[in-house]
Design a binder for this molecule. Structure first.
Ligand SMILES: C[S@@+](CC[C@H](N)C(=O)[O-])C[C@H]1O[C@@H](n2cnc3c(N)ncnc32)[C@H](O)[C@@H]1O
Length: 344
């Protein structure tokens, strides 16, 4: 422990506690992932159970279950009563049971298998400035994103619905043409299509992703109002005359140069008065917060060649350069507010 001088002459005691806690940062996603993979949350969905009961149902060791289930109590993802019965919390019941709509259960095994192994190379990545894998390229990007996109639906479904409300899609009297760029699951187009039967969506993504987009739009019951275009967002011809274009979580993996080109191409595809909506992990102008967006920039360092997280003002400048006006924020569920702008 050291005493450091502080403004105003008083001294603040510096302790190693916070660093020691940060050192355990790897543990929660791995514990949650192990519990998901061993069906702990699914098993508790039918009611509170002891370690012995859970062990008999899923066949995992009592020692292992005791350790992770107690840690999950500490993480406030399980509760334990005086009889030693464990039960779900509202959060784990809604988001960690694999059968629930909007579940995040699949995300944690994916973090374990697809993300953490690459992050283990971070010291080399920092030294060379080169990613462990270039997931911004069609391969291995398609293979990675085909697994990811369904898991991130909960991140964007609420924001896409908020976008539909803001644009008053439900009151449309004529066809509303939506261009869903880097569609993935198609969740942006799906949420808008659910607002009105007048919505018709064109979804653009790499060829290897389109079967996943078709499957998920089918699952949501709106596939018949979708057209699909296979190809790179900068290469494919997606036509023009659109009322709305959505760019859900694509600029960060493209990097600055390609993002600026994409915004110009999107501007050409929209009708005058059309709206572009961008979902991103925004940082502040000084790149000092918020922490999730700063860490997401490291995710882009590890997984892409030129990816990064950007500020509202950076993206605003690129939008204006591409011929958009009234660049504004829309508060919506998700990592950051949406960015909306109108084509001149
Ligand atoms: C992070 S996911 C976002 C999916 C969806 N828009 C959402 O918000 O949930 C990125 C998507 O962009 C696609 N993608 C990435 N780079 C692309 C490119 N250069 N051309 C076409 N699609 C691309 C991926 O296949 C993936 O479906």
């Amino acid at each position: 422990m050291q005493n450091m001088p502080r403004k105003g002459g008083r001294k603040k005691q510096v302790t190693p506690e916070r660093l020691m806690q940060l050192g355990f940062g790897y543990a929660p996603p791995l514990i949650i992932g192990a519990a998901v993979n061993n069906k702990v949350f699914d098993t508790l969905d039918s009611g509170p159970k002891t370690i012995d009961q859970v062990s008999k149902i899923i066949g995992a060791s009592q020692r292992g279950l005791r350790a992770i289930m107690n840690a999950l109590v500490g993480l406030e993802l399980l509760k334990k009563d005086r009889q030693g019965k464990y039960s779900l919390t509202p959060e784990s019941e809604n988001f960690l049971v694999s059968t629930k709509p909007g579940t995040l259960a699949g995300s944690f095994p994916m973090i374990m298998q697809r993300l953490i192994p690459l992050w283990l190379k971070l010291d080399d990545i920092v030294r060379t400035g080169r990613p462990a894998e270039s997931r911004n390229q069609e391969h291995p990007g398609t293979e990675f994103f085909a697994e990811l996109v369904e898991n991130i639906i909960p991140m964007s479904y609420g924001s896409a619905q908020a976008l539909g409300d803001k644009l008053k899609i439900a009151k449309a009297k004529n066809e509303v043409r939506v261009l869903d760029l880097a569609a993935g699951s198609g969740i942006w187009g799906i949420a808008l299509a659910q607002k009105s039967p007048y919505v018709r969506v064109t979804a653009v993504d790499w060829a290897g992703m389109i079967p996943t987009t078709k499957r998920i739009t089918q699952k949501f019951g709106v596939k018949d109002r979708f057209d699909f275009i296979e190809g790179d967002v900068l290469e494919g011809d997606f036509g023009n005359g659109y009322d709305v274009a959505t760019l859900g979580h694509i600029l960060h993996s493209e990097g600055q140069e390609r993002s600026r080109q994409l915004l110009k191409k999107t501007s050409r595809a929209l009708k005058p008065g059309g709206t572009i909506a961008i979902a991103e992990w925004l940082v502040n102008d000084d790149r000092t917060k918020p922490l999730p967006s700063l860490m997401f920039a490291v995710q882009m360092l590890v997984n892409t060649q030129k990816g990064d997280t950007f500020s509202f003002n950076e993206i605003k400048g690129w939008l204006e350069e591409a011929g958009f006006k009234r660049v504004r924020k829309l508060e919506a569920p998700g990592p950051s507010p949406l960015i909306l702008a109108t084509k001149l």
